[in-house]
Design a protein around this ligand. Structure first.
Ligand SMILES: NC(=O)c1ccc[n+]([C@@H]2O[C@H](COP(=O)([O-])OP(=O)(O)OC[C@H]3O[C@@H](n4cnc5c(N)ncnc54)[C@H](O)[C@@H]3O)[C@@H](O)[C@H]2O)c1
Length: 273
C-alpha cells in the first residue's frame, strides 16, 4: 500500500524566522518545529533568543542567533551558518518588527510633533528589516531555484490606522516588496521561488498590549473600536497564524505567489456598517 501523503508537509525544511524570539514569530517557530522543520530562531537580543530556545527545547533543537535584521553583514553571517549546518534555506519568514513612541502620534498631539529620527528607525526596521534578509537569503533560494519567502504585513498597510504613522508606511512598503519581489524572482529564477505575505489583524503582543488592553484585561477605547470593526468580535490567538504559514511553507502552495493574505477575523473586509 502506498504511504499516506502528509498534507502541507514541512518535515525537514530549513526555515529561518526573523523575530523568532517575539510573540508571533515564536508561536510560528514552535508550530513548525512540531511539524518537523529545521528552524532558525533570529532575534535582536541574546537574552530573548536564549529564552525562546529554552521554551522551544521540549519540542526540538532549533538554531538560535541574535542579529540586527537591517544589517547586511550580520544577515550574511546567518546565511553562512545555516548553509554550514543544513546546506540549504527553504523558507524565510520575516517576522521581525517593532515601533517607537516617537514614530506614533499620541492623543492630543499631531503629526507635527513626530520625531523624524524615530520615524526613520521604525521605517528602517519594519521595511528594510524584511528587504535585507530577503535579498541576502533570497540569493541562496535563487541559486537553489527553490524557496518561499513569507513577509508579515499588517492591517496598517492598506487603510489608515490613526496614530500609527511610521509603522503604517513601512508595512505598505512590505506589500509592494511582496508583489515586486515575487515578480522579479519568478521571472528571473523560475517558478520554484515564491514570495507572499500574511497580514495579521489584531493579536495581543508586546507591541500593542498597552494600546489595546488595560491592566485589568478590559479593552481600551481603541481596543474596543477594533473589536467593533472585527466581525468575529475578538482578537486573534497567536496560534491562528500557524495554518496559513505552514501552507505557504509547504509545496502545496507551489502556484501561490505575490499574495497578501489577511488573517484578521474579517476586519479588512468589513465596512463598519
Ligand atoms: N501583534 C500583532 O497584532 C501584529 C499584527 C500585525 C502585524 N504584526 C507584525 O508581526 C511581526 C511580529 O510582531 P510581534 O507582535 O510578535 O512583535 P514582538 O515585539 O513580540 O516581536 C518582535 C521581534 O522582532 C525582533 N526585532 C526587533 N528589532 C529587530 C532588529 N533590528 N533585528 C532583529 N530582530 C529584531 C525582536 O527581537 C522580536 O523577536 C511584526 O512585524 C509586527 O509588525 C503584529
Amino acid at each position: 500500500m502506498a504511504a499516506k501523503k502528509v498534507p502541507f508537509n514541512v518535515m525537514g525544511k530549513v526555515v529561518v524566522v526573523t523575530g523568532g524570539s517575539g510573540t508571533l514569530g515564536g508561536a510560528i517557530c514552535k508550530h513548525l518545529i512540531q511539524q518537523g522543520a529545521h528552524v532558525v530562531v533570529l532575534g535582536y537580543r541574546d537574552e530573548s533568543v536564549v529564552k525562546r530556545l529554552k521554551e522551544l527545547a521540549p519540542f526540538g533543537t532549533p538554531m538560535g542567533l541574535a542579529v540586527d535584521v537591517t544589517d547586511e553583514n550580520q544577515m550574511a553571517t546567518v546565511r553562512h551558518k545555516v548553509l554550514e549546518k543544513w546546506g540549504r534555506i527553504d523558507v524565510l519568514i520575516n517576522a521581525a518588527g517593532g515601533n517607537l513612541p516617537g514614530a506614533t502620534i499620541p492623543p492630543g498631539k499631531s503629526v507635527f510633533d513626530v520625531s523624524i529620527p524615530d520615524l526613520r528607525t521604525v521605517i528602517d526596521l519594519n521595511l528594510m528589516g524584511s528587504v535585507v534578509p530577503s535579498i541576502v537569503l533570497g540569493k541562496t533560494m535563487a541559486e537553489q531555484k527553490q524557496g518561499s519567502i513569507i513577509n508579515v504585513s499588517s492591517m496598517a498597510a492598506e487603510r489608515t490606522l490613526t496614530r500609527v504613522f511610521g509603522y503604517s508606511m513601512a508595512k505598505a512598503g512590505i506589500n509592494m516588496l511582496t508583489k515586486w519581489l515575487s515578480t522579479e524572482l519568478a521571472q528571473k529564477y523560475g517558478d520554484g521561488i515564491r514570495v507572499n505575505a500574511i497580514a495579521p489583524g489584531f493579536f495581543i503582543g508586546n507591541q500593542n498590549r498597552a494600546l489595546l488592553t488595560n491592566e485589568d484585561g478590559s479593552y481600551t477605547e481603541r481596543g474596543q473600536t477594533i473589536i467593533d470593526n472585527t466581525p468575529m468580535d475578538r482578537f486573534g490567538d497567536i496560534t491562528e497564524l500557524n495554518g496559513i504559514v505552514q501552507f505557504l511553507c509547504s509545496d502545496e502552495s507551489s502556484f501561490v505567489t505575490g499574495t497578501i493574505i489577511p488573517v484578521d477575523g474579517g476586519f479588512s473586509s468589513f465596512s463598519g456598517v
